[in-house]
Design a protein around this ligand. Structure first.
Ligand SMILES: Nc1ncnc2c1ncn2[C@@H]1O[C@H](COP(=O)(O)OP(=O)(O)O)[C@@H](O)[C@H]1O
Ligand code: SF4
Ligand SMILES: [Mg+2]
Length: 321
């Protein structure tokens, strides 16, 4: 029996955008179906602007005012969280589900010391709380704990702030951690130590969805990977399978664009991802695809299972117009 902590079914989300004084609706996510097995690190990958943050902000119910959820269900531990009232969902967000943002400064209050903001998690003022906070800071390998507790966020480095945020998710005992490009703002050695901490969290039984545009991170840290392109899941598979046998032309292009061991990229992906206001018929990748066929420009392929990959591409499907 599968043990999915999170299941996304037929999720479509978009934004009302004003163009020439006329407000129109544009999709940012198109009928997304994804399952996330418990106690794994799952990657959500793709170029900037493909809908990764919109997807996790929908799970966190943190979408901006001009957004609309057009369809779908999101089951967290078998409960459809989209049906929950905001008051009920607040018991889940920040407790059972937590976020590690790209910019840790955004989720730390600049006016509170680290100790005060970590203590906010608790409803009571028990003496055990500070012990739990110190335990969590120790778990994320912070050495000078007493100094850090007295510090304000601006006094800490970016890597240290990310450690504090990860420690907060430990204090909260979150089951699911959504990490939105958590290392993009950090240099390589700090970035690796934060990613190692995510592996530690997995070993403690947590489930992590790691958003990244960097496939080299995926190969080193993630169990599964879903590749997104303009609001669609175009391929997903076990990480080992995807790296050994990438099937979608976009996945292949992303892998070809990775720097080699000598630091050289094999090939850049031609063209650019379009804004959501460019409505592209058929397969959204077709303007950039080297294998494009006539059908690709008019009919969208569905996500189908081939061998061990799920792929959405006409190269692998019987054409029926
Ligand atoms: N509030 C918004 N209003 C209009 N468009 C938005 C809004 N937020 C995001 N988008 C658009 O949705 C698309 C997906 O964005 P996002 O999920 O942030 O991409 P990324 O994969 O880089 O995280 C982009 O084209 C972005 O411009
Ligand atoms: S469906 Fe066609 S355009 Fe899209 S990725 Fe496959 S071959 Fe390329
Ligand atoms: Mg993003």
């Amino acid at each position: 029996m599968s043990d999915n902590i999170l299941e996304i079914k037929d999720l479509s989300v978009g934004f009302n955008i004003e163009i020439n004084n006329i407000e129109k609706f544009f999709y940012a996510l198109n009928s997304i179906n994804l399952s996330f097995e418990r106690n794994k690190i799952h990657a959500l990958a793709g170029e900037s602007g493909c809908g990764k943050s919109v997807l996790i902000n929908t799970v966190l119910k943190l979408l901006p005012k001009n957004s609309q959820i057009k369809s779908g269900k999101i089951f967290f531990n078998n409960q459809n969280i989209l049906e929950l009232k905001d008051r009920e969902f607040r018991k889940i967000r920040g407790n059972k589900i937590s976020l590690i943002p790209q910019d840790p400064f955004m989720s730390l209050n600049p006016l509170y010391t680290i100790e005060n903001q970590m203590a906010e998690v608790f409803l009571d003022n028990s003496k055990d709380n500070i012990e739990k906070i110190k335990w969590a800071l120790n778990e994320v390998r912070i050495k000078n704990i007493d100094n850090v507790l007295k510090s304000y966020p601006h006094e800490l480095s970016g890597g240290m702030k990310q450690r504090v945020i990860i420690a907060m998710s430990l204090v909260q005992n979150s089951e699911l951690i959504l990490a939105d490009e958590p290392t993009t703002a950090l240099d390589v050695s700090v970035s690796n130590s934060i990613l190692d901490l995510l592996l530690d969290l997995k070993n403690k039984g947590k489930t992590i969805i790691l958003i990244t545009h960097d496939l080299s991170i995926v190969s080193n840290y993630c169990d599964t990977v879903s590749i997104m392109y303009m609001g669609d899941i175009v391929e997903n598979a076990n990480t080992r399978v995807l790296f050994k046998n990438p099937m979608h032309p976009y996945t292949k292009a992303l892998l070809n664009a990775l720097p080699t061991k000598r630091g050289k990229r094999l090939e850049n992906i031609k063209g650019q991802i379009s804004p959501i206001t460019d409505v592209i018929a058929g397969c959204k990748f077709h303007p950039r695809c080297n294998y494009v066929k006539d059908i690709c420009k008019i009919k969208k392929p569905s996500l189908c299972c081939y061998n061990e990959n799920n792929v959405s591409c006409w190269l692998y499907q019987n054409i029926s117009l």
